[in-house]
Design a protein around this ligand. Sequence first.
Ligand SMILES: NC(=O)C1=CN([C@@H]2O[C@H](COP(=O)(O)OP(=O)(O)OC[C@H]3O[C@@H](n4cnc5c(N)ncnc54)[C@H](O)[C@@H]3O)[C@@H](O)[C@H]2O)C=CC1
Ligand SMILES: O=C(O)[C@@H]1CCC=N1
Length: 272
Amino acid sequence: MKLGFIGCGNMAQAMITGILKQNVVSPDKLIVSNPHEEKTAKLKEQFGILTTTDNKKTAKEAEIVVLAVKPQVYPEVIKEIRDEVSTEQIIVTIAAGVSMAATERQFGKEMKIVRVMPNTPALVGEGMSGLCCNEYVTEEEFDKVHHIFQSFGKAEKITENLMDAVVGVSGSGPAYVYMFIEAMADAGVAQGLPRKQAYTFAAQTLLGSAKMVLETGQHPGELKDAVCSPAGTTIEAVNTLEKKGFRSAVIEAVNAAAKKNHELGKPKKKEK
Ligand SMILES: NC(=O)C1=CN([C@@H]2O[C@H](COP(=O)(O)OP(=O)(O)OC[C@H]3O[C@@H](n4cnc5c(N)ncnc54)[C@H](O)[C@@H]3O)[C@@H](O)[C@H]2O)C=CC1
Ligand SMILES: O=C(O)[C@@H]1CCC=N1
């Protein structure tokens, strides 16, 4: 099975690195196109994969074609490749706000489409992806794509109406988590920790806490309570976070990203 990527920016590089590290697709079965050669140079050098500046070549050669360009570039790329692809190939979209109906309309034929929202921790094998597909994708074909996304983290099937929620929580989520780590580390530095150690202490605390949620199955509130000793240090911090509206800030942030994803998906005037 040949896998192609059109666009080789942050997200594609994270996924390709994850896929190759896990050996789910061998380097000779990968083709990546980007008009700017410098974007593919590092991957070419590191893994010896086939790279090109010609999107049509990727579209013609790959059985599964991942469109990894910005949402605004989708119409231009689809226009460029639509005569090169057959309805036997699978198109994977990862763009925020690009519905399967819009992709199908732009191809102008009954293309097999799998819509996915991945995230950048794919690079280290800890991605989180939500996937859905249209009616032309068989179960076996969906499983193939699912398998690829599972190779660099967790991947779950969802219905398309949940894509906004998935973008808000996991697609955009790493950015909020990095902000949290930065803020924790800044405070650590203010309290005297050397900068490098401050990042290690903050990031490892995030990692360990996340593992506790995933592996113990305990409610996050219960895990939080187990850290809060009566009249201890943690409840002072919890009290401060509640006073500063921490939970509500996070909820509003996730809702804002979900809303933006929804708005990006609304047809533009010229598309009507
Ligand atoms: N960055 C992230 O955390 C996530 C991004 N996404 C989605 O992934 C897609 C890509 O996002 P990023 O990788 O962050 O953007 P990026 O800007 O880092 O990468 C896009 C790449 O497309 C290339 N490109 C531009 N025009 C092109 C064309 N005509 N043909 C081929 N390549 C072209 C650019 O040179 C660039 O390398 C977007 O649709 C975004 O919504 C989805 C989940 C998470
Ligand atoms: O910010 C964005 O639009 C993309 C989609 C999800 C994460 N990054």
